[in-house]
Structure formats: structure tokens, C-alpha cells
Ligand binder design. Sequence first.
Ligand code: SAH
Length: 222
Amino acid sequence: MRALSDSYRHKGLRKQLVELIRSKGITDDRVLAAISEIPRHYFIDSAFDQIAYEDRAFPIAEGQTISQPYTVAYQTQLLEIKPHEKVLEVGTGSAYQACVLALMGAQVFTIERQKQLYDHNKQFSYLRNFPGIRYFFGDGYQGLPTFAPFDKIIVTAAAPAIPDKLVEQLKPGGKMVIPVGEGKVQQMLRIYKDSEGVAQEEVFDNFSFVPMLQGKAQSPKS
Ligand code: SAH
């Protein structure tokens, strides 16, 4: 296993990244504080160590990606996380987004459909800093009915349409942030479920995510 170290250089690059994200319009200080605290280079192959603090997505295993820091910040800001809220994340991937949410005080439940990514996180030592995060291997289209309802839901893969089961698993007054679209580009939507249980939709900027796929995936070698 690779030794993890967070040097002054990494910390300096992280500060610059935070300032860049702020200049792009992220104003929630708690989101920026989480990004400045979490060593993003731990979540990325060591081959990318020198460029881990560029504001871009990187490949992780199984053809997936760790989202661009600006995108993580954008989705997190839209979620308006308050401490102790129950948050469901669809698409654990590298677990970076899950750590941002946990650092902001959320109670995080995160689902990943790729077995190899799910297994990797079980032996990723940095995640022991966030013992409250609960990891699930499963299909995010189903949500987590056993643990529902949730205050907030964040989907970090591109959904062709808003999944009904996820809307059902939101509390009245809850919010879901999800990129929706069938092509290369998706619109970021925020679904607000009002106290009567009626869902309302707000539309934000365009982004480009890896697709949200049906079912679970297990690579033959894992
Ligand atoms: N939040 C991640 C981003 C990972 S990219 C991070 O911080 O690194 C999106 C992830 O969603 C991929 O790992 C992909 O395998 C996963 N995914 C796609 N469809 C899914 C589904 N139906 N259920 C659960 N995870 C899914």
C-alpha cells in the first residue's frame, strides 16, 4: 500500500485551488474549508501527484473519474448541508465527495455499483478519519430504502432522467442535486420536495459526468 504524506507543497497547492474555486463563484466557506482540508492527492493514482490540485477530473479505476474540484464544490454548495443531516450519495467513486460531506458534519450513506471501487475504499487508510461514512455496494437507482428518508441526496453520475425512487426517498423539505441529460452534457438540477411532498425543480449550469448505469458491476478479476 502506498504511504500517504501531505507536504507543505501539497497544502500550498490546495490553498491555490481553493482560491481558484472561490473565483469561479463558490461562496460557501464551509465547502471551501473542506476542500482546503482534504488531501485530494490521496484519492488519485500517485502518477498524478504533481497535478492533483489542478481543477480537473482524473481517471480512477474501472474507467471512472474523481470529479473536478469545482464540480464537487458546486454540487455541495447547492445541497446546503447542515450538520447531522442524513445524506445519500450515489456514485462513491474515489470517496472524495463523501469526505467533503462528512467533514461538513453530514451523516453520509454512499453507494457504488463498481465492486472494485467499493473494495478499494475498504483498505484506503485515510477514510478511517471519517468512521461515520457508510459504504454500500449496489445500484444507486434503487437508493437505500432501508435507511430512507434522507435530508439530502447527491448524484455524482449523469442520470438520463430523475430517478423516481430517489425522489421517494427524500424527506419532505429535502433536496436532491443531480446532473440530468442523455448526451455528453447534463444540466445540474436541484429537486426540492415541499412539505406536502410535491417535487419542484430548479435548473443550474451544464456539466459533464460519467453515466449513471443500471445494476451492479463486478469485473472478472476482482
Ligand atoms: N463522487 C465520486 C465521483 C465518481 S464518478 C468521487 O468523489 O470520486 C461517478 C461514480 O458513479 C462512478 O464511480 C460510477 O461507477 C458510479 N455509478 C454510476 N452509476 C451508478 C449507479 N447506478 N449506482 C451507484 N454508483 C453508480
